[in-house]
Design a protein around this ligand. Structure first.
Ligand code: KET
Length: 466
C-alpha cells in the first residue's frame, strides 16, 4: 500500500486519476474540477481512510487542495531574525526585533525571573487549566502595576482585567471586542506605528486610519498634525496611543502635550486605547512610564490598555500580558469582562499559567519587586549607554556636519535612524546589519564594542545610497 501510494504521488494528477479509474472503475471527473469531485464523493483526503482514502491521498499530494494559497511574505520584524540566522558573516548584527541582549550580545533571563521560577518549583504548583480570564493573582497585580494600587478605578472595581497572550494577544482581544460591540467604529493609529497594529485590526475586521505623529523634518513629534487629525476623526473613534517609548520613533509627547491630547479625546468623545509594551523600559521607572495612562484615568475617562511583560521582565516567549478596560461603573466593568471571556474562549480557551505566576510572584513580593526594578534600571541604563556611544561615534566619523543629536532625544529600545528603505537594505546587504526596512534599529541588540562598526555602516548608507 505504501509503495503504491508513493508511485501515485509521483505521477501527474491525470495519471493518478486514471489509475484510480482503473482500480475503482467508478470515478467520473466530469468538468475536470477536482474540488467538485471531492465534494461529490464526500471524500476528505485527510480523514477518509478506507475505500477511496488511498487514492484520494495520492491526488491530494499531486494537486494540493491548498493550491490557491500563495506564499506569504516574511514578517517585516520577525522575518529579520530569520534572515539574520541564515547569514554566516561573523560581523553580523541583529538590530531587528526589540529583544534585550547583554553586553556580550546574549539573550538575558532576569535574576528575579529565575528566583520566581525556583519558588514555583519548590511549591510544586499544578498545571491545571486557568479560568478563562487568567490567574487572579496576576490580574490583580498587573492592573495595580499599571494604575497604581491606590488608584480610585481599582478601589471602585471599575477595571475589567483579562490575562492575554502577551501584548499582541491582548490587543487582538480588544480588537475583537471593538468589532463586536462598536461595529463600524474606527481605530486611529499613529503614522508610523508598530507594524503589527495594522495586521491586528485588519484580521479583526476593524477599520483603521492613521493620524500624523512623526515629522521627518524635525525628527520629532508632529503635534499640530496629530491634534488636527484627532479632531477630524469621526466622533467616538478609538485612539491607539503608545503609553511610553513610542515604537518605532522613540518619540513621546511631553506631559503638557498628553494633557492636550486628552482634552481633544474628551471633546470628541473618542475612546483612548493604550498599548503599553515598555513600562519601565523607557525611563527605568515603572511609575513614570505609566504616567500617560494614569493621566487619562484620573480624568475619569473610560479607556482600554493592553500590557506586555515581554520586554520589561524579559518574558518574550511566555506570552504574558493583559487587557484592561477601565469603565465608568462597576456594572459595566463586570459586563465587559464577561464578554472578553466569551471572546477568548473560542479563540484559545484560557491563557498559559507559567508567565502569569512569574509576574504575580515578582510583583507581589516586595524583595523581588525591588530587585526587578534594579534589573530594569540596569537594562535601560545599558541601552542609554550604547545610545550615547553610537551618537559619539556618528558625530566623530561623519564629517558632513549632519546633526545626529536626534538619536539622544529618542527613548526606549529603538532608534529611528531616518534611513530609507534602500539605505536600510544597504545596511544589511553590505554591512550585515539586520534591521527593519523603516530605518529602525533596536539598540537593545547593540553593544559598546560594535558602536563604531554600526556608525561606519550608517554613515556609508546615509551618504552613499539615495
Ligand atoms: N506593542 C508594541 C508597541 C510592540 O512594540 C510590541 C512588540 C508589542 C506590542 C507586542 O509584544 P508581545 O511580545 O506580543 O507582548 N514589539 C517587538 C516584537 C514584535 O514585533 O513582535 C518589536 O517591535 O520588535
Amino acid at each position: 500500500m505504501a509503495s503504491s501510494m508513493l508511485s501515485l504521488a509521483s505521477a501527474s494528477p491525470s495519471a493518478s486519476l486514471s489509475m484510480h479509474d482503473t482500480l475503482k472503475g467508478k470515478v467520473r471527473l466530469g468538468s475536470g474540477n477536482l474540488t467538485a469531485w471531492f465534494h461529490k464523493e464526500k471524500s476528505n483526503p485527510f480523514i477518509n481512510t478506507k475505500s477511496s482514502g488511498r487514492i484520494s491521498m495520492a491526488v491530494a499530494v499531486n494537486v494540493s487542495r491548498f493550491e490557491g494559497i500563495t506564499m506569504a511574505p516574511p514578517d517585516p520584524i520577525l522575518g529579520v531574525s530569520e534572515a539574520f540566522k541564515a547569514d554566516n558573516d561573523e560581523k553580523k548584527l541583529n538590530l531587528g526585533v526589540g529583544a534585550y541582549r547583554t553586553e556580550e550580545l546574549q539573550p538575558y533571563v532576569l535574576n528575579v525571573v529565575k528566583k520566581a521560577e525556583n519558588l514555583m518549583l519548590e511549591r510544586g504548583e499544578y498545571k491545571e487549566y486557568l479560568p478563562i480570564e487568567g490567574l487572579a493573582a496576576f490580574n490583580k497585580v498587573t492592573a495595580e502595576l499599571l494604575l497604581g494600587a491606590d488608584n480610585t478605578v481599582i478601589k471602585q472595581q471599575r477595571v475589567a482585567t483579562v490575562q492575554g497572550l502577551s501584548g499582541t494577544g491582548s490587543l487582538r482581544l480588544a480588537a475583537a471586542l471593538i468589532e463586536r460591540y462598536f461595529p463600524g467604529a474606527k481605530v486611529l493609529i499613529s503614522s508610523p506605528t508598530w507594524g503589527n497594529h495594522k495586521n491586528i485590526f485588519n484580521d479583526a475586521r476593524v477599520p483603521w486610519s492613521e493620524y500624523r505623529y512623526y515629522d521627518p523634518k524635525t525628527v520629532g513629534l508632529d503635534f499640530e498634525g496629530m491634534i488636527a487629525d484627532l479632531k477630524a476623526a469621526p466622533e467616538g473613534s478609538f485612539i491607539l496611543l503608545h503609553g511610553c517609548a513610542h515604537n518605532p520613533t522613540g518619540i513621546d509627547p511631553t506631559p503638557e502635550q498628553w494633557e492636550k491630547i486628552a482634552d481633544v479625546i474628551q471633546e470628541k468623545n473618542h475612546i483612548p486605547f493604550f498599548d503599553v509594551a515598555y513600562q519601565g523600559f523607557a525611563s527605568g521607572s515603572l511609575d513614570a512610564d505609566a504616567a500617560s495612562v494614569r493621566l487619562f484615568a484620573a480624568r475619569g475617562m473610560e479607556l482600554l490598555v493592553a500590557q506586555s511583560y515581554s520586554k520589561n521582565l524579559g518574558l518574550y516567549a511566555e506570552r504574558i500580558g493583559a487587557i484592561n478596560v477601565i469603565c465608568s461603573s462597576v456594572d459595566a466593568a463586570a459586563r465587559v469582562k464577561s464578554q472578553l471571556k466569551r471572546l477568548a474562549r473560542p479563540m484559545y480557551s484560557n491563557p498559559p499559567v507559567h508567565g502569569a505566576r512569574i509576574v504575580a510572584n515578582v510583583v507581589g513580593d516586595p524583595t523581588l519587586f525591588d530587585e526587578w526594578k534594579a534589573e530594569m534600571d540596569m537594562m535601560a541604563g545599558r541601552i542609554k549607554g550604547v545610545r550615547q556611544k553610537l551618537f559619539d561615534s556618528l558625530s566623530a566619523k561623519d564629517k558632513s556636519g549632519k546633526d545626529w543629536s536626534f538619536i539622544l532625544k529618542q527613548i526606549g529600545m529603538f532608534s529611528f535612524t531616518g534611513l530609507n528603505k534602500a539605505q536600510s537594505e544597504n545596511m544589511t546587504n553590505k554591512w550585515h546589519v539586520y534591521m527593519t526596512k523603516d530605518g529602525r534599529i533596536s539598540l537593545a541588540g547593540l553593544n559598546l564594542a560594535k558602536c563604531e562598526y554600526l556608525a561606519d555602516a550608517i554613515v556609508d548608507s546615509y551618504h552613499n545610497v539615495s
